[in-house]
Design a protein around this ligand. Structure first.
Ligand code: PRX
Length: 642
């Protein structure tokens, strides 16, 4: 790791930047006042009376007594301020279809969808599951839920029926919003069949609202299913937004933890919208009248929630939404989109950047990318080589890069440089944003100084913090606040360099990060052992040049099962069916035994050594030290990557 390079902001960028160094001073001098000033970015129907109530820590209340409507803040107020004709969404479908949606249109569509949900019996507090492609109706659906105070639970459309079912059941959703299918890599990928399979086991679901997107045939249950075109389009296009308490639930988003069951991370209205709006303004430097912003995330992940829907729309963004994959029809699709729409701000993930590096510089070089003025990165540590390539090849050597560290749980960006203020080091997320407290601590929770590595913690509550885990307050306390009192344990390792810049070092728990997506080892292990041929499974995340980490599974076959040619393929397909294609192991190794401690815990560290072709570390705590030799000898027959 080279820590000596540093790129100070250009004078030209600094002169026009939204952020100034003063922000750090203001936040330091009076943190409550600072957050109250940030909350003033929003329109409150009833002003708050207290900024934060931390008396019941770790259960926080922000902007106590305040009432607002999130959808009104993201849409209606922009129409009222005279920007109804501004394009909010520039939609580009994978087949090449386009649609511009203005704020006035968005207001009408969100109102109609809110009226339709009301007709379906949804009232404030009811949960609505959303399982949709990257199309404008997904954004409309989320905002319609927010508008009527019905917390949404968006489930990534790449998840399989089983994963969808468990999320719907955990939240007890009464309505599912989906589409017939989506366009992926040049063909139609149906979505409705997964919903049908899931909902058959979800008694809470009364209605399924279906957007017609891909035109594929779908089974239709006349009692339960209703077309978006039938019910939404016939609604009145006005709807009076009601205000909700700042702490009213806005959404649940499931994310992987260290055990098999995904956690329903709960976010609420006032603090979440305040911090997403604030960070989107200062980190991405958005100028609503001139910028064209593009965040390439999917709405199924927190980045899509916070930096496509809520933060940007609260800030009156004009943004691109793209449905498909980066290589359809050709590998320069993204650069083509940037050229045609004159995108000025691009926010994407290191895994995508590394993929583009592999595909070759000639692709971006063939398009005019000079409209870009700021680049962002999220989801995993960005290696310095990828950072430099991003800066030079995509950003023309001039765009500031903001490497943003945060989590589903934090709701909004926590650690990032401020463009125009911070001198950036390639590969470092630099420091905590104004108003945020982050530190690196050792095993005892003692704060470490510069030049030391340990665990990343957050030292004070923040407005967009998760308010809990849906239905399981104890798990919230245990997972995040029990390791050291008064410190939020993020699950990441980090190092402070000699200048105090923060370098993220990856997860320290059993959570893997595959292309910026969180998947727990136990989730994949449970899927594998559910296959009739598998007796035991252990899964590790091994370093991968493109995806950051890749899943490597070690499996023990049941008696009588054969390690034949098709086994790895069958198991990969099985995992894709149980969880989704993103959880498919890159490699599956059949082994005679797994390395376990005397207490039965699998020693993943040793398996990672094997998966990464390293000399094996200390194996003396194994119950049976000969196991690793057995595994090593078994690897001669290992199934190679397919
Ligand atoms: O390990 C960190 C990594 O992603 C985890 C959070 O994953 P998720 O909740 O899915 O949210 C991803 C998008 C915010 C973190 O615990 N991570 C996220 N951003 C970065 C990162 N690691 C290093 N650098 C980042 N910029």
């Amino acid at each position: 790791m080279r820590e000596d390079r540093s790129f100070p902001p250009s004078a030209a960028f600094a002169a026009q930047a939204n952020a100034t160094g003063q922000l750090y001073e203001d936040a330091q001098a009076d943190p409550k006042r600072f957050w109250s000033d940030q909350a003033a970015r929003l329109d409150w129907q009833t002003p708050f009376t207290e900024i934060v109530d931390w008396t019941d820590a770790p259960f926080a209340k922000w902007f106590v007594g305040g009432r607002l409507n999130v959808a009104y803040n993201c849409v209606d107020r922009h129409v009222e301020s005279g920007h109804g004709d501004q394009v909010a969404l520039i939609f580009e479908g994978e087949p090449g279809d386009r649609r511009d949606i203005t704020y006035a249109q968005l207001q009408r569509e969100v109102s109609q969808a809110a009226n339709a949900l009301t007709e379906l019996g949804v009232v404030a507090g009811d949960r609505v599951a959303i399982y949709m492609p990257m199309i404008p109706e997904a954004v409309v659906a989320m905002l319609a839920c927010a508008r009527i105070g019905a917390p949404h639970s968006v489930v990534f459309a790449g998840f399989a029926a089983h994963a969808l079912e468990s999320r719907i059941n955990d939240a007890q959703a009464s309505v599912v919003i989906t589409a017939d299918g989506q366009h992926r890599r040049g063909s139609v990928m149906p979505l409705k069949p997964a919903v049908d399979e899931a909902v058959a086991k979800c008694p809470s679901v009364k209605s399924v609202l279906v957007v017609r997107r891909a035109g594929n045939d779908v089974a239709f249950d006349a009692e339960r299913d209703v077309w978006w075109d039938d019910i939404v389009t016939r609604q009145p296009d006005i709807h009076t937004p009601e205000s909700f308490d700042a702490e009213h639930p806005l959404f649940i988003l499931y994310t992987s933890g260290t055990t098999g069951n995904p956690k329903g991370i709960l976010h609420t209205c006032g603090g979440y919208l305040t911090q997403t709006s604030y960070t989107h303004n200062v980190v991405f430097d958005l100028k609503p009248d001139t910028d064209v912003y593009w965040c390439t995330a999917d709405i199924g992940w927190i980045t899509g929630h916070s930096y496509i829907v809520y933060g940007p729309l609260a800030n009156r963004v004009t943004q691109v939404i793209y449905e498909g994959t980066p290589d359809t029809p050709t590998q320069d699709r993204w650069w083509d989109i940037i050229e045609r729409h004159k995108v000025t701000i691009l926010y994407t993930a290191p895994t995508a950047i590394r993929t583009f590096m592999k595909w070759g510089d000639h692709l971006p070089a063939g398009k005019d990318l000079t409209s870009l003025r700021l680049l962002g990165s999220v989801g995993e540590p960005i290696n310095p080589e990828a950072w430099m390539w991003y800066r030079d090849v995509i950003g023309g050597g001039t765009c500031p890069i903001v490497d943003t560290w945060w989590q589903t749980e934090t709701g909004a960006i926590m650690i990032a440089p401020l463009p125009g203020v911070t001198a950036c080091k390639p590969g470092s997320a630099m420091g905590a944003l104004p108003g945020i407290g982050a530190a690196v601590v050792d095993d005892h929770g003692t704060q470490l100084g510069n030049g030391h590595g340990g665990y990343l913690v957050l030292t004070q509550p923040w407005p967009s913090m998760l308010r809990g885990i849906w239905g399981d307050p104890q798990r919230y306390v245990d997972t995040y606040w029990s390791r050291w009192s008064h410190l939020y344990f993020a699950g990441d390792g980090a190092k402070l360099d000699d200048d105090g810049a923060i370098w993220l070092m990856g997860r320290v728990d059993d959570v893997m990060n595959i292309s910026g997506h969180r998947i727990s080892t136990t989730e994949v292990e449970s899927a594998l052992v559910a296959h009739p041929m598998i007796a035991e499974a252990a899964v590790v995340g091994a370093n991968d040049d493109t995806t950051g980490q890749a899943i490597v599974a070690f499996v023990i076959l049941r008696a009588g099962a054969e390690d034949g040619d098709g086994l790895a393929q069958a198991l990969r397909a099985h995992v894709a069916h149980e969880i989704g294609p993103i959880a498919k192991p890159r490699q599956i190794l059949v082994v005679p035994e797994l390395p376990k401690t005397r207490s039965g815990k699998i020693m993943r560290r040793l398996l990672r050594d094997v998966a990464e072709n390293r000399a094996m570390g200390d194996a003396t705590t194994l119950a049976d030290p000969t196991v690793m030799n057995l595994i090593a000898s078994g690897l001669a027959h290992a199934t190679p990557e397919d």
